[in-house]
Design a binder for this molecule. Structure first.
Ligand code: HMG
Length: 445
């Protein structure tokens, strides 16, 4: 079977930056360490007034198409995953195609376009749709453009405000990929949950603490399902394990759960038993509560072992490098975690060809998915072509008042006029409203 996977990735961050332990914590009267140590966040990226989910998606896609020498004819499918859409009918992918058609010869008339919704997991679902389309042989030699784009904004003065962010990830999915080949096996954990939702409203209703429990429960189920499909969830068999990252502190919890589950009945569990005993087994307990308490004690002890610490520093920590400086990008978050890890490997001169990643995606509402990927021959060239460090360094630093203005400017119910903080150049920018209430865009040279 032909290999199918991600051939190239481009990332577009919102052009402004909010310092969380500094500007934000200070104004909220909070300890900066809640951000740096607790949540694991240093900054959030925000869109300037003329940026939105379409401009970020189109700018990432244009850079990707230019870099890969693609024309619209080469793309047979454009899927956008987002939970920040502003239209219940016309998909964001049509706006993105419209933007790109301003700057390329040709058009996307024969490309199938759509929009995927399932909170943050929709980005991975779109990736899977593209994989299935190509694997089924329906692509006629063309590639799929998969874009995850979001402005992750919460109501002001709600706890979620600490974990905001904005950015887009554009991925080219193709045969014989240069970056990673996707595995056919998947594991799912899915249940009807109401921990985070937006019932016809822009900002989410969130039960923050519960959302974290739901994330962990679905992720555990997905791992079990994946193990039953593929058999190998041994955490030490993977070079990196990128998880959906609403904030790095969440991944700290997910990684511990994943490691504990993954080493069950393995030599690793036996090797650790001298130090911390074996994992508790349900049959040894009279009730669920005492079993859960014992599991939690075991997990606390596990987290303190050298073996776990070394594994975490090597396999998980590198996935968080970008997230710490941009916050939650919802649909894009797990995809920047993958890039983050590959970037770290490139910086360290590590040869990753043939190594495997285990990818843990998640969306509230709620569903988790696990799949494996194999790093391809061209990964280094692809990763070295990214300009994410330059983008992050060039961001405009927001004062607290400018942050509030930015939040208002992107509030769909706010009709105020706001001044731009940066000057658009060589990029797509929002250009006002059309006669049917559509958003308009232009390429600013
Ligand atoms: P909060 O009340 O602001 O924060 O809510 P907290 O008081 O719980 O503190 C956060 C962490 O910092 C805790 O760590 C504190 O102990 C620690 P933990 O106990 O959990 O390990 N902390 C400190 N550490 C060191 N020094 C200090 C200090 N102070 C506190 N001084 C919450 C945090 C995440 C609940 C909130 O921000 C929120 O509601 N966020 C939005 C929901 C969310 O992100 N949920 C994550 C799981 S659901 C998900 O990932 C899906 C999502 O991406 C949406 C989608 O799928 O579409 C959100």
């Amino acid at each position: 079977m032909t290999a199918v996977g991600i051939d190239a990735i481009e990332i577009r961050a919102g052009k402004t930056r909010l310092d969380l332990p500094g500007t934000f914590a200070e104004r909220k009267g909070e300890d900066p360490e809640k951000y740096t140590k607790g949540l694991g966040l240093h900054a959030s990226s925000f869109p300037d007034v003329y940026e939105d989910i379409v401009t970020m998606a189109a700018n990432a896609s244009k850079r990707l198409m230019d870099r890969k020498g693609l024309q619209p004819d080469d793309i047979g499918r454009i899927d956008v995953a987002t939970e920040s859409a502003f239209d219940n009918s016309k998909p964001v992918s049509t706006y993105v195609a419209g933007c790109l058609e301003q700057v390329y010869d040709g058009d996307f008339n024969h490309a199938n376009k759509g929009e995927r919704k399932f909170a943050c997991i929709a980005g991975t679902q779109s990736l899977n749709d593209a994989y299935n389309w190509i694997s089924a042989g329906r692509n006629r030699g063309r590639a799929a453009l998969v874009i995850a784009t979001d402005t992750a904004l919460y109501e002001r003065n709600e706890p979620g405000e600490a974990t905001q962010g904005a950015g887009a990830v554009a991925m080219l999915v193709d045969e014989d990929p240069s970056l990673v080949e996707l595995s056919a096996q998947q594991g799912f954990g899915s249940a009807d949950e109401t921990d985070f939702l937006k019932p016809n409203q822009q900002f989410p209703s969130v039960d923050g603490k519960r959302s974290m429990q739901v994330y962990l429960a679905r992720m555990r189920e997905a791992m079990e399902d994946f193990a039953s499909a593929e058999g190998d969830v041994n955490p030490e068999h993977f070079a990196y394990i990128p998880f959906h990252t609403p904030f790095p502190g969440m991944v700290r919890k997910a990684a511990l759960l994943g490691y504990r589950n993954g080493i069950r009945d393995t030599d690793i569990e036996d090797a650790l038993a001298e130090e911390i005993g074996h994992q508790p087994r349900r049959e040894a307990f009279d009730d669920d509560e005492s079993y859960r308490e014992a599991l939690s004690e075991y997990a606390d002890a596990l987290a303190k072992t050298d073996r776990y610490g070394e594994w975490y520093d090597a396999v998980i920590e590198p996935t968080l490098d970008i997230s710490r400086h941009v916050g939650n990008w919802y649909t894009g978050s797990v995809h920047i975690a993958r890039v983050s890890a590959l970037k770290r490997a490139a910086d360290e001169g590590r040869d990753l060809v043939g190594e495997r990643l285990l990818v843990g995606s998640y969306g509230s509402g709620a569903q988790a998915e696990i799949h494996a990927e194999t790093v391809c021959e061209g990964w280094l060239e692809e990763i070295e072509a990214l300009n994410i460090d330059e983008q992050l360094d060039a961001r405009y630093e927001l004062s607290f008042e400018e942050y509030e203005m930015t939040h208002d400017a992107h509030n769909h119910d706010d009709e105020g006029e706001y001044d731009e903080l940066t000057v658009p150049s060589d990029e797509f920018a929002f250009d006002g409203w059309g006669r049917m209430g559509e958003r308009k865009y232009r390429y600013v040279s």
